[in-house]
Design a protein around this ligand. Structure first.
Ligand code: ADP
Length: 600
């Protein structure tokens, strides 16, 4: 139910008026009551005085048995004083009455005023007289003879006289009240306005503030309370203004920072609605940076991969990062990072997505890869030709010893060059496979692959007198690309053989772990210093440069192994102790994650 809204002045004014009328009424009632009592008391005193006078006039005529002349005297006294006088004997019998025939009057012994008089007090009563047919005030006094009660003298006056006087007073009071009300009405109005006016001014000011108009302060006038209220509201407006300008400043700072960022920023709430999107992100997805906030991300950015990533980030508490390929007019490579957005103690309110555009970098990498691939390919033919020519010259018996030595050097270096070119070609082949969207993987037995790796290294094993032991469950299968995995095992095995001493043992151990399959290649050779381990899988990184060159190493073998591991969504780990040997662990996922080019 809607309460009727009234202005304060229209609430105060009638209340004041009503209050004044009520006060006047109460005063009038009280004064009239007091007047009435006063008049009654006066009349009672008067009647008593008259009764005493009558007693004196009678001068002991009451105690005689002869009451002659009593009645005329009573009648005369009654007439003269305008008072009804009644003489009552001690037995209640009426002896004489100034206005009535005493013989016709009944016994007055039970009248309240007479009873009181017989009890020795002054009796008083106001009631309707049946005899005279009007309301009378009776006052009775006891009459004694030699200390003995012989009767009572009662005087009475009609109350109508008193009532007439009182009525006149009442009227005067009512008229005075009305006049006062009329006179006080404007004063009430003035008082009401005086109270309501500052509040109205304050309300107008507060409305101004709420509309954002904080420049015009409230007038500080009126009572102490209103002054304090106005001052407090002005202070509040100043604080609010400062705060708003600070917020605006901070906001524009954030806007500037976000606007200048090269990285795309998207803030998404827990319901997958866009909170914020910076110009870089807007440009990436060709949307307007001034888009309405709160729009679902699915509507704004129509990239299924990114939507999946955001959903995944919203479903977990930890930060998430991934590299995504966006398909559109141009294919874009993005590195995407999601961090939980936390409010002021309200828990997570969404996620912040930071997008780094790697397209240019990937293009350059691709150019580099193609270049390396092409160069290697082009180098292969002349190297083969040089090797063929040198081999022919070496076979020629007529070449002298010095020439033989130089030819040997050329042959060895062309072998190294060939190995290098082979490794480079292998690397670029693997990388091109990655770029195409991944390698084809299929479920295959592992032991035949290890066996063919052993066969490939057979001559080296014999040459270095190394004993190779392979420990692999016969029926163990994994999702692999057999040629890539074989290449990786050969590389590790070649290293293990190369960096071992003659007569050492090299082992290949395959084991099934919880979620992975591990293929370990262990040797008891020279080992690697700890400081080299973090960089060991980088291209051309060699822990022991001289040794590697001597043994015909290219510095690319482990880089190839790392790429093969990535192509299988696995990883390669190394542990080593100098002088004790090394252990390379190649981990393959047991349950292969779905990949675009994979066959289930
Ligand atoms: P390289 O052709 O020089 O062997 P790799 O990439 O295969 O290149 O290996 C990188 C470096 O790691 C090597 O130069 C060597 O110093 C070190 N290394 C690799 N495997 C072993 C191993 N089993 N024992 C000791 N050192 C090793």
């Amino acid at each position: 139910m809607k309460l009727k809204q009234r202005r304060l002045v229209w609430q105060l004014y009638p209340s004041y008026l009503l209050l004044i009328i009520l006060v006047l009424l109460a005063v009038g009632l009280y004064v009239s009551g007091a007047m009435r009592n006063f008049h009654y008391r006066q009349t009672a005193d008067d009647l008593r005085a008259r009764a005493l006078l009558v007693e004196q006039q009678l001068q002991g005529r009451l105690n005689n048995s002869n009451h002659d002349g009593l009645l005329p005297l009573v009648k005369r006294l009654g007439e003269q004083s305008g008072t009804r006088i009644t003489i009552v004997l001690a037995d209640g019998k009426v002896l004489a009455d100034s206005h009535e025939n005493a013989l016709k009057m009944d016994n007055h012994g039970q009248r309240p005023e007479i009873l009181q008089a017989f009890a020795g007090q002054q009796g008083m009563s106001v009631r309707f007289s049946n005899t005279l047919g009007q309301s009378l005030m009776y006052v009775a006094i006891p009459v004694y003879n030699k200390g003995q009660l012989i009767g009572s003298i009662r005087t009475a006056l009609p109350v109508s006289n008193i009532d007439a006087t009182l009525k006149e007073i009442y009227w005067k009071l009512i008229i005075a009240g009305l006049v006062l009300s009329v006179l006080l009405a404007p004063i009430c109005w003035w008082l009401s306005r005086r109270l309501s006016r500052p509040l109205e001014l304050m309300t107008d000011g507060a409305q101004r503030f709420s509309q954002g108009n904080l420049d015009i302060p409230l007038e500080v006038t009126g009572s102490v309370e209103t002054r304090r209220l106005a001052a407090a509201m002005n202070q509040m407006a100043t604080n609010l203004e400062n705060r708003i300008s600070r917020e605006v400043e901070q906001r524009s700072e954030i806007e500037t920072v976000l606007g200048c960022m090269v990285e795309g920023i998207i803030a998404v709430d827990n319901d997958e609605r866009v909170i914020r999107l910076n110009p870089a992100a807007a440009e990436l997805f060709a949307v307007s940076p001034q888009l309405n906030p709160d729009r679902p991300i699915q509507e704004v950015i129509r990239q299924a991969e990114l939507q999946r990533f955001i959903r995944q980030a919203l479903n977990q508490q930890e930060p998430l990062e991934e590299e995504l390929v966006m398909h559109g007019s141009i294919k874009r490579h993005l590195h995407v990072q999601a961090t939980p957005l936390t409010g002021n103690g309200d828990g997570r309110i969404g996620v912040l997505i930071v997008l780094h555009d790697l397209t240019r970098l990937r293009q350059l990498e691709s150019v580099r890869r193609d270049f390396v691939g092409n160069v290697s390919h082009e180098l292969k033919t002349p190297i083969t030709a040089i090797r063929g020519a040198v081999e022919t010259l070496l076979d020629d018996e007529s070449t002298n010893v010095a020439s033989q030595r130089f030819l040997q050097i050329i042959f060895k270096q062309s072998e190294r060059l060939n190995a290098l070119v082979e490794d480079l070609l292998n690397l670029s082949r693997i990388e091109q496979g990655d770029e195409r969207g991944g390698w084809e993987l299929s479920r295959e037995l592992l032991s035949p692959i290890l066996e063919s790796a052993r066969i490939a290294c057979e001559s080296l094993l014999v040459q270095q007198q190394i004993n190779l032991q392979i420990d692999c469950p016969e029926q163990l299968k994994a999702r692999i690309n057999s040629s890539l995995l074989e290449q990786a095992i050969i590389n590790q095995l070649t290293n293990a053989i190369k960096y071992s001493e003659a007569g050492d043992q090299v082992e290949i151990k395959v084991a099934e772990l919880d979620k992975q399959i591990s293929i370990q290649v262990l040797d008891h050779g020279c080992g690697i210093d700890q400081k080299h381990l973090p960089r060991l899988f980088e291209r051309f990184y060699r822990a022991d440069l001289a040794r590697s060159r001597n043994l015909g190493g290219t510095g690319l073998g482990l880089a190839i192994v790392k790429h093969v591991a990535h192509a299988h969504r696995g990883e390669i780990l190394v542990t080593s102790q100098p002088g004790e040997g090394s252990c390379f662990t190649f981990l393959l996922p047991r349950i292969a994650t779905a990949k675009k080019s994979e066959h289930p």
